[in-house]
Design a protein around this ligand. Structure first.
Ligand SMILES: NC(=O)c1ccc[n+]([C@@H]2O[C@H](COP(=O)([O-])OP(=O)(O)OC[C@H]3O[C@@H](n4cnc5c(N)ncnc54)[C@H](O)[C@@H]3O)[C@@H](O)[C@H]2O)c1
Length: 448
């Protein structure tokens, strides 16, 4: 039970003896552990019975790890568990002096939860949100007690990370922020006081960095393992950015980026497309069993070193890329972008894994232009009708102006001009490597 309110109806930090934690997901289970280990009674609430059970299992496992590491005795573990009371409805928070909300990062859910908590909780209880990025001010406005609403932003994993941001709105009473700051110290954590701005302090610093790591991965700079190794072995961070995204949750990270982007704008906070796609696919990280890494087996969950996930999502570097028709303008810009993404741009078709043909005119036959530029027509053993097409193509190749064919966009590059040509298709039974490359790449880029 919470203690009696001090004069003026405010609870002091020492008078808060019972805390309710709402939402037992990634963060909630850890927050329950923090309070219970500090000696407070905790009501652990989740409206989803499955999530509630998973949260309690997570708590038990985490405490067992602490026992295995000698940080807790079996008796202490049992005492901590005895202080935690699971519940599946918000009404169970009625006696708490403090409620910490850890439901998904969606404003409508949070406002709904706060409006309900406002009804069921004691008038002097403080309601705190663990939101990473949403407006605490807007959440507080769903209650009739905005003076007793603040942000209490724990970091993941809550039982390990020392920082807790105490976020105040223009309406938060100084007493509320003071009580929360003292309480955070009582938990053995480091409080920092922050105004209600998107991302507060830590996420405004962290998320652009994590997002950039996804961009590096999707543009083929390096593998996920090498990106993570660069951060840990090179920069000295305890965890690589992609492994950290899996731990935070890709959906949560995307939500934070969207809020940062909405508040500050610009490309800095624009979410990498790969991050969005993984969230859409339900691959939200550890909690889903898969994210950038595979956590479906216990073996892999220990270290993010599996190569079984993302093979289908990973950007395959196809080897040198040959550009046909990139003499100037958008073509040159495309070549620069491809090189900037780390793919070599080839001077000729030898060893090319991808041929991109830029067609300037609507009538341009992309495949024929590619064949002319690759010089494969003369080597193609065609028969019958295909032979006639070949002869038409040869003449179309020869119509290409010599000056155009001599244009070289890159040092040593070969023909860069496309030409109008016949619409025939080569005989598939006699497909040389160059044609196969042009086909499999199926890449025609309309320039200009
Ligand atoms: N994941 C992180 O690393 C991290 C770090 C700091 C802060 N946060 C913030 O903590 C909050 C929770 O994030 P998470 O990653 O733990 O989310 P999560 O999706 O892992 O867990 C959310 C839990 O809330 C429960 N829930 C949903 N609606 C509910 C309701 N109406 N009442 C009670 N329970 C409800 C769900 O069943 C689920 O168990 C978010 O605001 C997030 O931004 C997350």
């Amino acid at each position: 039970m919470a203690g009696r309110p001090a004069a003026g109806g405010n609870l002091t930090a020492m008078e808060i003896r019972e805390v309710a934690v709402v939402g037992l997901g990634t963060m909630g289970a850890g927050i329950v552990e923090v309070f219970a280990r500090a000696g407070l009674a905790v009501v652990a609430i989740d409206v989803d019975p499955g999530a509630l059970e998973r949260g309690m299992v997570t708590l038990d496992r985490s405490l067992s790890k602490a026992v295995a590491r000698g940080k807790l005795t079996e008796q202490e573990k049992a005492a901590v568990l005895a202080r935690v009371r699971p519940a599946d409805r918000l009404g169970a928070a009625a006696a708490a002096g403090l409620v910490v909300e850890g439901v998904p990062e969606r404003m409508e859910i949070k406002r709904q939860v706060f409006a309900e908590l406002d009804q069921v909780c004691r008038p002097e209880a403080i309601l705190a949100t663990n939101t990473s990025s949403l407006s605490v001010t807007a959440i507080a406005a769903a209650t009739r007690r905005p003076g007793r609403v603040a942000g209490l932003h724990f970091f993941n994993p809550a039982q390990v990370m020392r920082l807790v941001e105490v976020i105040t709105t223009v309406r938060t009473a100084p007493a509320t922020s003071q009580v929360l700051t003292e309480l955070v110290r009582r938990l053995g954590k480091t409080p920092v006081q922050v105004a209600d701005r998107a991302g507060f302090v830590a996420n405004a610093l962290l998320l652009p960095y994590l997002n950039h790591a996804v961009r590096l991965l999707e543009t083929g700079y390096a593998t996920r393992e090498d990106i993570d190794a660069a951060a840990t072995a090179g920069i000295g961070l305890p965890m690589g950015p992609l492994a950290l995204l899996d731990l935070i949750g890709l959906d949560t990270s995307l939500s934070v980026l969207e809020v940062l982007s909405g508040e500050f704008g610009g490309p800095r906070f624009a979410a990498a497309p790969m991050l969005r796609r993984l969230v859409e696919a339900g691959l939200t990280g550890r909690k889903a069993g898969r994210g950038f890494y595979d956590y479906e087996t216990k073996e892999r969950a220990r270290r993010p070193d599996s190569d079984t996930v993302l093979n289908d999502d990973r950007v395959a570097v196809p080897g040198p890329v040959m550009l046909v028709g990139a003499a100037a303008g958008p073509g040159m810009r495309l070549a620069e972008m491809i090189e900037a993404a780390g793919w070599p741009v080839a001077a000729d078709s030898h060893g090319s894994g991808l041929v991109i043909v830029l067609a300037k005119e609507p009538g341009t036959d992309v495949l024929d232009a590619a064949l002319c530029s690759l010089g494969v027509l003369g080597r193609t053993p065609l028969r019958g009708a295909a032979r006639r097409m070949r002869s038409r193509r040869r003449s179309s190749c020869s119509r290409t102006s010599p000056s155009a064919r001599e244009k070289r966009p890159f040092p040593g590059g070969r023909s860069t001009s496309t030409t109008s040509a016949s619409r025939g298709r080569p005989a598939s039974s006699s497909t040389p490597r160059g044609i196969a490359a042009a086909r499999s790449a199926s890449a025609s880029v309309r320039a200009g």
